[in-house]
Design a protein around this ligand. Structure first.
Ligand SMILES: Nc1ncnc2c1ncn2[C@@H]1O[C@H](COP(=O)(O)OP(=O)(O)O)[C@@H](O)[C@H]1O
Ligand SMILES: [Mg+2]
Length: 352
């Protein structure tokens, strides 16, 4: 439905977006994910026609729209702040796009009512934006987009200003609606949990560039760059020297078939296991997260690690522990090098 090729936007000499290339299939929900300032909004605005690219091309449903004006594109956008017109009722706000199209009044009324039903706002037609909660206002903003039946729905951090509980509810509602209507959607967020929950695929951005595109689980398990690995979920990180396919991660021997040199080895907290042999540490902090316990520990040399465990068997602060990594991701020059295999114990490593 949407094809973005080599899209680039410069502000002065600053590359806000650099060579962005990706596709969105019909009915797919893509999240643009990355830290603040990485170019997500700029990329979305170029797709919407609110900013003109310096290079690249945008096709929607097989048509080149790179130079087309915003109102000539089959897109509609929901912004972080709802941007409703305060002097109009909810119904008038939702009707706006249809009035611009010059549709007959009865048809507009019908479509507006249907859109308000879709977003769960039956009976709100006569209210003013000032009489709505933040969540209701965002639902109206969504209805205002849905009513024009865009080919691509664009959403720029639409729930960021809302509290966590409401945000989670709206996310679920949006996902259900998006599936039901098979809406082709690009959803911008800096919140990785939001992206993991909503997206069919996530486009991870950093400093104007696309770092990786993948399904949520694939990004989590197989981050292809150090930036993605650090951005998605938690990681324990140490840079070590690889020699003859062997390295030492906090005293743990690991095997990695790669040329000699420095490697950054990352281990997820849940990929550390309590064991008899491994890294000897002392518990420095126990954080109760409810469904699980996050434990920070320190080695004798002072390196800090994060580990997670269940409620039962949670250790006390100050207690000694032995942790063994079961899976380590290796990176060199910011790029994935492979998966380092932890060697079972020291004796075996010495034999090798
Ligand atoms: N209108 C503008 N003029 C100059 N610089 C801009 C403008 N809009 C965005 N930028 C810059 O482009 C970069 C990307 O911004 P933006 O796309 O808003 O990032 P994000 O949405 O990921 O937070 C930032 O460095 C930002 O300061
Ligand atoms: Mg933004």
């Amino acid at each position: 439905m949407l094809k973005v090729q080599n899209l680039t936007k410069l502000f002065e000499k600053n590359r806000a977006v650099s060579g962005a290339t990706f596709d969105v299939a019909r009915g797919e929900l893509i999240c643009l994910l990355g830290p603040s300032g990485c170019g997500k909004s700029t990329l979305l605005r170029m797709i919407a026609g609110l900013a003109l690219p310096d290079a690249g091309r945008i096709d929607i449903d097989g048509k080149d729209v790179t130079e087309a004006q915003a109102n000539r594109r089959p897109t509609a956008m929901v912004f972080q702040s709802h941007a409703l017109w305060n002097h109009m009722t909810v119904a008038q706000n939702v009707a706006f796009g249809l009035r611009v199209q010059g549709l007959p009044k009865p048809e507009i009324a019908e479509k507006v009512a249907a859109a308000l039903t879709l977003v769960g706002l039956d009976g709100f037609a006569r209210r003013r934006p000032a009489e709505l909660s933040g969540g209701q206002a965002q639902r109206v903003a969504l209805a205002r987009c849905l009513v024009v039946e865009p080919k691509v729905l664009l959403m720029d951090e639409p729930f960021s200003a809302l509290d966590a509980h409401l945000r989670a509810n709206l996310r679920e509602e949006l996902k259900a609606l998006q599936r039901r209507l098979r809406l082709t959607t690009i959803f911008v967020t800096h919140d990785q949990e939001e992206a993991m929950e909503l997206a069919d695929r996530i486009v991870v951005m950093h400093a104007g560039r696309i770092e990786q595109i993948g399904r949520p689980g694939d990004l989590y398990l197989e981050p292809q760059t150090l930036t993605v690995a650090r951005f998605i979920g938690q990681m324990n990180e140490a840079t070590v020297t690889l020699k003859a396919g062997r390295a030492d991660w906090l005293g743990q021997p690991v095997a990695l078939p790669a040329p000699d040199g420095p490697v950054t080895l990352l281990c997820r907290p849940e990929d550390l296991q309590r064991d008899r042999a491994g890294i000897d540490v002392r518990v420095t902090r126990v954080i109760d997260l409810g469904p699980m316990i996050r434990v920070t520990v320190a080695t004798d040399e002072g390196a800090a690690l994060t580990w997670v465990c269940g409620r039962e068997g949670q250790p006390q602060t100050g207690a000694p522990l032995t942790l063994r990594p079961s899976r380590l991701l290796a990176y060199r020059d910011g790029q994935r090098l492979g998966t380092a295999a932890p060697v079972a114990n020291r004796i075996m490593a010495e034999r090798v």
